[in-house]
Design a protein around this ligand. Structure first.
Ligand SMILES: *Cc1c(COP(=O)(O)O)cnc(C)c1O
Length: 354
């Protein structure tokens, strides 16, 4: 990639790299040395810089804090078997960031600005990309309003930041989930397809209730009837029923996951039938009772492929069969991992070297 923008870089004089303990990584607690910051003012992005990761000051009146004008992305950089570092499908995250921005009346980011800021940041903090199996550098791009104004209208100024965290595996045990049939995450016509901050704050209470009952996550159902599967926490839900890969079709209430998209592509590559359509909780439970539900798993950047062991439905828990060594979830997780660390051919052009 040709660098075209002047990004002013101020390197840290106090690297925290020595505190990186790749064997004990807890998701989201340790931040790499630097962050990329760029401000939107007077109708343009300006003052792109890479600075030491740290606190910053904002107006207490900014509309991100009051009205939730804030969006984010989640993606990963992977250590390559030949020693380099590569990003997985970064342009998909860039495009989704911009679609979230449009939904929230925020400015979009030009591709070159996003890619150049990201690449320079990852190159500078390349030593933070862990190389142990299952580990990666989690990347958090995000944007928020910065006007000091509390009228309810879109802000005129914004800040876009990228920071990174070395991470290990997210869920290390098979999941216990339950269908949520009272609360909703999002509705058709709402902002569920956008990665805007408020979606996640509002999901915390129903999720907490489920966790108090001993579940790890919810499976959200549709807002009007609580009949159809939406997704699970920050993962898309994927089922294997009668040898077919079945997942809810995208809509305005479902997040269009890059992992979901990649899993479906790899399933097609393996010659499997993929069905993107409405999936009801009744269909899932009937298939489970009849022994036709072979697998269920969540798919997302943070969790990667998270197999579901138990599903709660109307007050009862039902155990899924334990996936065998040849289970689709295991084969697809291995195929993704091999592409991501450069062991397998990247036939879809998903990896971008930094
Ligand atoms: C981010 C996210 C996902 C997963 O998307 P990926 O691009 O695969 O990480 C799924 N659902 C929700 C609600 C999310 O926020």
């Amino acid at each position: 990639m040709i660098d075209i923008l002047p990004i002013h870089t101020q390197r840290t004089t106090a690297s925290r790299l020595a505190t990186l303990d790749a064997d004990h990584l807890e998701f989201g607690k340790l931040f790499s040395d630097h962050m990329f910051v760029v401000d939107y003012r007077d109708g343009e992005w300006q003052d792109a810089q890479i600075v030491p990761y740290g606190d910053m000051t904002v107006s207490p009146a900014n509309s991100a804090l009051h009205y939730g004008q804030a969006i984010f992305e989640g993606m990963k950089a992977y250590h390559q078997t030949d020693g380099g570092v590569a990003l997985f499908r970064p342009l998909d995250n860039w495009a989704r960031l911009n679609s979230s921005a449009e939904r929230m009346c925020m400015p979009t980011i030009p591709e070159e600005l996003f890619m150049q800021g990201l690449s320079e940041l990852i190159r500078l903090d390349a030593a933070w990309v862990p190389d142990a199996p299952g580990c990666a550098l989690y990347i958090r791009p995000f944007m928020f309003a910065t006007d000091g104004f509390i009228g309810v209208r879109p802000s005129d100024s914004y800040r876009f930041i990228i920071f990174t965290c070395p991470v290990g595996l997210y869920f290390n045990k098979p999941l216990r989930v339950r269908f949520e049939q009272k609360y909703v995450r999002s509705a058709e016509g709402g902002a569920g397809y956008a990665k805007n901050a408020g979606n996640y704050g509002a999901a915390m209470y129903p999720t907490k209730l489920a966790q108090l009952e001993g579940y790890n996550q919810l499976i959200w159902t549709d807002a009007s009837e609580h009949r159809f599967v939406e997704e699970s926490g920050t993962m898309n839900a994927i089922f294997v029923i009668d040898g077919r890969v079945v997942t809810p079709a995208l809509s305005t209430s479902i997040l269009d996951g890059v992992t979901r998209r990649s899993v479906l592509q790899l399933a097609r590559d393996m010659g499997m039938v993929v069905e993107e359509r409405k999936v009801s909780s009744v269909e899932v439970m009937d298939a489970l009772a009849a022994g036709r539900l072979e697998e269920a798993f969540g798919a997302g950047t943070a969790a990667t492929i998270a197999p579901i062991a138990t599903i709660g439905y109307e007050g009862q828990d039902y155990d899924l069969p334990v996936p065998g060594p040849n289970a689709f979830s295991k084969r697809v997780a291995a195929a993704l991992e091999a592409i991501r660390n450069g062991q397998a051919a990247d036939s879809h052009g998903w990896m971008v070297r930094v």
